[in-house]
Design a protein around this ligand. Structure first.
Ligand code: PLP
Length: 401
């Protein structure tokens, strides 16, 4: 008899489970638009040339060793990551009031930040957008925070429910943490405008809430690393405190290398030093210290001007291909005369389109057209190509007529 006789079968992950179902489908026309991973026009995963180049340099480096990194990770990587998100000339960096810790991609950075907050923040409540990335509520709940939602998306306009957002954050208790997607909101593709960000900033500061940015798509939204970091920089420029979780999964295509960073912007250098000491106590019993390889790749690229420039060109090409898929899908629906307003496909930003298709329509498209996507109607534009757009447009057309 097993000790685990009574363990019940767990459900598949709602996002990664889409790939499991896709892999089982024998149809040659099948299309996976579930997971948010970039694909080329040929439908293949992409390793950036600049990443291959950096890996060559790393492998050829005879002084390379395999010792443990410090608990906080590769020091160069941390410094360069802070510059990337906060800006090379950020006063907060010069004032030494930012602590940056290398973590296991975006997820691990959120998890470490959540654990720190559960131990050291007086208000253990976090407000997350409705809807949000499915892992958010789990990460924060498991760390011991109480998760509440603020209104974010308005299905009627397929845009931002700005009034709802302001109302909900206005009634949050002082000290509450607010999770914000830095850019390219997942799953809706709807971001606040700069004016709206400024109003959100004023509200958060006047209510003494604590902003926690999730930056998983820097450079992927607009094609510009600086433009996509603008909301974060607005909050740092006012001298207040904030958290930022960075991922290099999408913007450097380093998905499986699990490389990211958590930064905590503190009021002053004294606080920052103490915060860092406590972050080490969070990380040590979780995984001791992070892996070397991915952080080395990132640091190699970020510190060399030519490689950095090469990266921005490749990044922009990925962002542009996604934007062109939006246009092609929109045009394909127009030309089919598909009923409804589909302009949100070209208005939304980042990797995903929140189509507005319901669970039944999604199930229909999977069954009849072998198109795989999450049941909330989110499609990964990065998984589309000029060749597959017509098939998707046919499926959407059939689903809504
Ligand atoms: N945050 C958001 C909003 C995401 O969409 C993702 C990935 O899909 C992540 C964080 C973290 O991804 P990773 O842990 O692979 O860096």
């Amino acid at each position: 008899d097993s000790f685990f006789q009574n363990v019940v079968q767990g459900p598949e992950d709602p996002i990664l489970g889409v790939t499991v179902a896709y892999n089982k489908d024998p149809s040659p026309n099948k299309l996976n638009l579930g997971v948010g991973a970039y694909r080329t026009e040929e439908g293949k995963p992409l390793v950036l040339n600049v990443v291959r180049h950096a890996e060559q340099l790393i492998v050829n480096d005879q002084s390379r060793i395999k010792e443990y990194l410090p608990i906080t990770g590769l020091a160069d990587f941390n410094k360069l990551s802070a510059k990337l998100i906060f800006g090379a000339d950020s006063p907060a960096i010069q004032e030494n009031r930012i602590v940056t810790v290398q973590c296991l991609s975006g997820t691990g950075s959120l998890r470490v930040g959540a654990e720190f907050l559960a131990r050291h923040h007086h208000r253990r409540t976090i407000y997350i957008p409705q809807p949000t990335w499915g892992n958010h509520p789990k990460i924060f709940t498991i760390a011991g925070l109480s998760v509440k939602y603020y209104r974010y998306y308005d299905p009627a306009t397929r845009g931002l429910d700005f009034r709802g957002l302001l109302e909900d954050l206005s009634s949050a208790p002082s000290g509450a943490i607010v999770l914000l997607h830095a850019c390219a909101h997942n799953p809706t593709g709807v971001d606040p405008t700069n004016d709206q960000w400024e109003q959100i900033r004023q509200l958060i500061r006047s209510k003494t809430l604590l902003p926690f940015f999730d930056s998983a798509y820097q450079g992927f939204a607009s094609g510009s690393l600086d433009a996509d970091a603008q909301p974060v920089r607005m909050f740092v420029a006012d001298g207040g405190e904030c958290f930022a979780a960075q991922s290099y999964a999408k913007n450097m295509g380093l998905y499986g290398e699990r490389v990211g960073a958590l930064s905590i912007v503190c009021k002053n250098a004294d606080v920052a030093g103490k915060v860092e000491s406590q972050l080490k106590l969070v990380v040590r019993p979780m995984y001791s210290n992070p892996p070397i390889h991915g952080a080395k790749i990132v640091a190699t690229i970020l510190k060399d001007r030519d490689m950095y420039n090469e990266w921005t060109v490749e990044l922009k090409a990925m962002a542009d291909r996604i934007i062109s898929m939006r246009k092609q899908l929109f045009d394909a629906l127009q030309s089919r005369g598909t009923p409804g307003d589909w302009s949100h496909i070209i208005k939304q930003i980042g990797m995903f389109t929140f189509t507005g298709l319901n669970t039944e329509q999604v199930a229909f498209m999977t069954k009849e057209y072998h198109i795989y996507m999450t049941s909330d109607g989110r499609i990964s534009m990065a998984g589309l190509s000029s060749r597959t757009v017509p098939h998707l447009a046919d499926a959407i057309h059939a689903a809504v007529t």
